[in-house]
Design a binder for this molecule. Structure first.
Ligand code: NI
Length: 252
């Protein structure tokens, strides 16, 4: 499902995110999804303790394409190490594993929208893109009781059409800073070393919880980065609670 490499040019913002408020957490849904799937502005804060990434060395672990049943093992690891992460879930997978989404939220992790079925959105019409996002949003809201406010497009694709759709949808695009190519290198040590070597303050780290080798890398990644003073936060914690819709965030 993730064998294709990035198609087309990636737009990288030249400036750092202007919004850096501390906090920013999975929001409780205020009466469910809006009819058009747009993200409600009336959400109230969740219960995760604030972390000020201006004062501490933050990094955000992100896991794409799940959940799968084995994501539970990863949640156990994150709980054991008391590390928070962000899961960019597929709607189709979320629908099949709703209790896992509930557990993610209950344990302080953030959930993002990674489309319904992982298509190349760059090849789709605006209405088809909206459908991919809205269906996924509805499942997450009904399964986990939170409105995801962040999107990561499959393959990290961006285009003027996708951006416009995200503006209307009300969510930013979350790219990444560190990519160990874990879908390609199914080697736990290699993935661990690539992440630890490349991670910097406010990095967004891309991993996939669908791969056993990637899940197995997480304990060492956490231990080694923590030894360097890093704190593991969610993407909303990293980029602030009021990200700009349609903007692409590459790091905090
Ligand atoms: Ni993906």
């Amino acid at each position: 499902m993730i064998v294709a490499v990035l198609a087309g040019a990636i737009m990288v913002p030249s400036e750092a995110p202007e919004v850096r408020a501390a906090g920013g957490y999975p929001m409780k849904a205020a009466g469910g999804a809006a009819p058009n799937g747009a993200i409600s502005a009336t959400n109230s804060p969740g219960t995760v303790a604030p972390v000020n990434c201006r004062k501490v060395k933050c990094v955000a672990l992100t896991f794409d394409d799940g959940p799968v049943p084995q994501t539970v093992n990863l949640l156990n690891v994150l709980k054991k190490y008391n590390a928070k992460a962000t899961f960019f879930v597929l709607g189709s997978q979320a629908q099949a594993h709703r209790p896992i989404l509930r557990r993610m939220v209950a344990e302080g992790h953030a959930i993002g929208n990674h489309s319904w079925s992982h298509p190349q959105l760059g090849r789709m019409s605006a209405s088809a893109i909206r459908s991919q996002l809205n269906r996924t949003q509805s499942v997450i809201v009904s399964a986990a009781g939170v409105q995801p406010r962040i999107v990561r497009t499959p393959y990290g694709q961006m285009s003027p059409k996708i951006r416009k759709t995200l503006v209307k949808f009300g969510a930013p695009m979350i790219f990444w800073t560190v990519d160990p190519l874990d879908w390609k290198y199914r080697n736990t040590t290699k993935v661990t070393n690539a992440v630890v070597r490349a991670a910097r303050r406010n990095s967004i780290i891309l991993l996939h919880d669908i791969h056993p080798t990637s899940r197995a890398a997480v304990p060492a990644i956490i231990a080694k980065l923590r030894a360097k003073g890093y704190v593991f936060v969610t993407v909303p914690q990293l980029i602030g609670s009021h990200p700009t819709a349609g903007k692409m965030y590459v790091h905090g």
